[in-house]
Design a protein around this ligand. Structure first.
Ligand code: GRF
Length: 194
């Protein structure tokens, strides 16, 4: 797709599992003429994801895959991505692990956002763990996806202060707000020259 700046935008798929606030934010961002991405497809591992409900109001194609079933869903996904000529995958609250093979096929073209200052607190329950460890700061990271969980090269991070009265819920809210700024910023850093 060619954006209104005349520059062609990168055909992107967003993978989600739940709320989809990062997804919504990326869709909004993709509509700006300065955005380097065009959201062509959203894939969800959960048919009840809030994000899917939101998509019904848009023209964006969505696909749901039940990762619980031991079937060849990755092959099917790769076929769809190929057919739609997807060049970039943005994971946004996607709770499933992609196989090494899948990651290899999309080498260097899968990004993720994680709610911690990686390499600290990979995996789940990041806010609880940061608070329990009396960290003064946490934050969020946008990184490349490689075959190890939350371990790919970091593109951008944002630090967020943890206050004495913060709990996992308040911290998550503060960090999510920063995630919504960080993901577009990281995409611009990675995909545009200025
Ligand atoms: C975000 O905190 C993201 O960093 C993490 O999962 C959460 C998803 O939130 N991977 P949302 O679905 O984008 O609202």
């Amino acid at each position: 797709m060619v954006g209104s700046t005349g520059i062609s935008k990168i055909k992107t798929a967003i993978f989600i599992s739940g709320n989809g606030s990062n997804m919504k934010n990326l869709i909004k961002f993709s509509k700006l003429k300065t955005s380097p991405i065009y959201v062509d497809l959203v894939l969800s591992s959960n048919k009840k994801a809030n994000g899917i409900r939101y998509l019904k109001k848009t023209k964006i194609v969505s696909k749901i895959f039940n990762f619980k079933k031991k079937n060849n869903h990755e092959e099917k996904i790769l076929k769809i991505l190929k057919k739609r000529k997807i060049n970039l995958i943005c994971l946004a609250g996607f709770m499933k692990i992609l196989s090494k093979d899948f990651i290899k096929k999309f080498n260097g073209r899968i990004l993720n956002i994680h709610p911690s200052l990686l390499p600290k607190y990979k995996g789940l329950n990041t806010h609880e763990r940061a608070i329990l460890n009396n960290e003064k700061f946490s934050g969020c990271s946008v990184h490349f996806v490689n075959s190890k969980l939350d371990s790919g090269k970091i593109i951008l991070q944002k630090k967020v202060r943890i206050n004495k009265n913060d709990n996992p819920k308040t911290l998550s809210k503060k960090i999510l707000k920063q995630e919504h700024k960080l993901y577009p910023k990281a995409l611009k850093k990675l995909l545009t020259r200025n």
